[in-house]
Write a protein that binds this ligand. Structure first.
Ligand SMILES: [Zn+2]
Length: 328
């Protein structure tokens, strides 16, 4: 991805970086915060290239010169990329990075380091990094990439300038999940959840979301055609699958996505949460007015609010299903 392409996806971020570079007012440390697929790493690499490129146009690096190519292939002596080893970034990794920089720091040029998934630094790794930020041997630019700043040490956050990336387009997130081995059905749902949830259920419980989705489809069908079944399904299947409040909230989201799909179909939009159910959604959309769909959406949102207020989940779901069944 080149500078212009990323600027298309992330105009605010890239314009801000451009201005800071033009004024030569880059901070010493940035936190790039944003969802997976937002282009944080691409931005970090482009920024590094821009600082070393020999043939850039304004701030946009050429991508072809020796400097750009060495950065692209991660073998530029002044640009380091740190990634988690296993579940964390360890102190030893940060220290070896520092050693490397000190060693190569003979010519005291700019050093850039990019820490991917910086929230995975152990406390000692983060402290070691902090010292480095405070006493750099030569001009240093730290780019700390994270999906969740609230897992990072306050001391680091306070020493870095935070830049928030816009969420990547839904389609792009879907593609990322598909590329990591998910079915289209699972990917289109996971892409709609915030990253921490999507990743937890993507990695640890791969079939969980698909099973949850099948329950939604079954319940919707029962609400419409076999209401005498729905409370039994709720008790025996739904509550057994969505076991705690967090999961019950996800269950309500899955239900919400179904009714949002109905609205999308009415407005002839594609990109559905349940793409393989487009035919059924179209049939249902014909039978309900837009006002009715909106009302159902409100009922689900209200259930989500009450769930947070600690209302008993079974009671709450029973009431919701009965209301959904009544229709308008
Ligand atoms: Zn270049």
């Amino acid at each position: 991805m080149n500078w212009e392409e990323l600027k298309n996806d992330q105009p605010t971020v890239m314009t801000m970086l451009e201005r800071s570079m033009e004024k030569e007012r880059l901070a010493h440390a940035y936190i790039f915060e944003g969802m997976r697929g937002a282009g944080k790493k691409a931005a970090a690499v482009l920024l590094a290239k821009s600082l070393f490129c020999q043939q850039k146009t304004n701030v946009a690096p050429c991508g072809n010169c020796t400097q750009c190519r060495r950065i692209e292939h991660s073998n530029h002596p002044d640009v380091m990329v740190v990634e988690p080893e296993g579940a964390s970034i360890k102190k030893a990794q940060v220290e070896s990075l520092q050693k490397e920089f000190t060693y190569k720091g003979m010519e005291a040029g700019l050093k850039v380091y990019i820490v991917n998934e910086a929230d995975k630094m152990t406390a000692s790794a983060a402290n070691s990094l902090l010292k480095f930020l405070e006493e750099p041997e030569s001009p240093t630019l730290a780019l700390l990439l994270t999906e969740n700043t609230h897992f990072m040490l306050d001391t680091i956050i306070s020493r870095a300038q935070k830049i928030t990336f816009a969420p990547p387009p839904l389609k792009k997130r879907e593609t990322i999940f598909k590329e990591t081995g998910f079915s289209e059905a699972a990917a289109s749902l996971l892409a709609r959840f915030p990253d921490n949830i999507a990743e937890e259920y993507a990695e640890e419980k791969k079939d969980w979301i698909v099973h949850g989705r099948n329950l939604v489809i079954q319940l919707i069908d029962e609400v419409q055609h076999r209401p005498q079944q729905m409370l039994l399904t709720l008790q025996e299947k739904w509550l057994a699958h969505f076991t705690d409040r967090k999961e019950q909230d996800i269950g309500l989201d899955l239900l919400l996505f179904w009714y949002r799909d109905l609205l999308a179909v009415k407005h002839e939009k594609d990109n559905l949460a349940y793409p393989d159910k487009a035919d059924k959604l179209k049939q249902d959309a014909l039978r309900m007015s837009e006002r009715e769909v909106a009302k159902q959406l409100q009922r689900i949102l209200e259930a989500k609010r009450r769930l947070r207020a600690n209302v008993n989940a079974q009671l709450l779901m029973e009431q919701l299903l009965l209301r959904l069944q009544e229709g308008s």
